[in-house]
Design a protein around this ligand. Sequence first.
Ligand SMILES: [Zn+2]
Length: 354
Amino acid sequence: MKTLKCGDRGKEVLDVQSRLKSLDYNVGIDGVDGLFGRDTEAAIKLFQQNSGLIVDGIIGENTWCELVESRYEPGERLLYLRIPPFRGADVLTLQRSLNCLGFNAGPEDGIFGAKTEGAVLDFQKNAGLVMDGMVDDSVIKVMAKVTKDGEPHNSEAKIPDRNGGYASGRELSELTIAIDPGHGGKDQGACTADGLREKDINLELGKKLARMLAAAGATVTMTRDMDQRVSLYERPAAANHAGADIFLSIHHNSHENPKAQGVAAYYFCRQGYYSEAGRVLAEHIVDRISGRLGLPLIPVMGRNYAVLRETEMTAVMVEPLFITAGGMGEKLADGELIGLEAEAIFQGLKEYFA
Ligand SMILES: [Zn+2]
């Protein structure tokens, strides 16, 4: 599906609006009219905010995917393990219920994977149901009966991840690190005042970091090592395929105000579920970058970005600095600053495993 933004019109816009409306978002007085106006944009921004996505009012791959998946209520369709997996709000609710009941459904990512199936089988066994791993309305009803009201859906409760968790005391030489330089090809990302492109800076940093990690004995895999477009879902898929232990997505921040500064990093979070390992790693990385570059630190944030959600390992997205900050273009151009970023991330990773 192509990217949709304010000003667009047509069948796809109609589709988006009717989905938003069915989710109780206000698409304006004209309603579902196939015109992507300000009201539709506001509705999308609200949806994005509620879903932990980047709030840009644009329908890209991730927002579209979340919009399609938000539709399902638990029990509305039959869920089971298949390829490609079932995904969506109903799977998420199922995982939360299973985890709350003490069955390990794995990370609450809204994707029906092998761990979710294992937990369903466990539950069926314990509840005296047929052990077939199929979740239909009757299984949901039994689950609701044994789940005390309110407990599993308490959105305030933060549940740490079940994806292996914090793995300390490991050497870099035992690890596979996936490095994901953001953007590429036609997708240029942000831009400095003097025309340096984020996609190129991300790639340069990714390559520098890859060399350092490889020199320290780590196995490194990159989602792109040249200027090419890689889709949002191909990136985590490549890391999963490589069996990586850590996924590091590299971006650089931007803002229209040249005074905006700071080191940012994100870990996976979705409706109260979050990756504890991701959070800890993100903190080590921002601490190191902030110290090394003398930049203010933005507290690490949980986000439901596709690259953080779809990866099966501990994943962090880092934005070492704002490329739009005053004078940053010149500083970035000589490459030394990017070298410092790479060293800081490298140190952060080493500390995390120490
Ligand atoms: Zn970016």
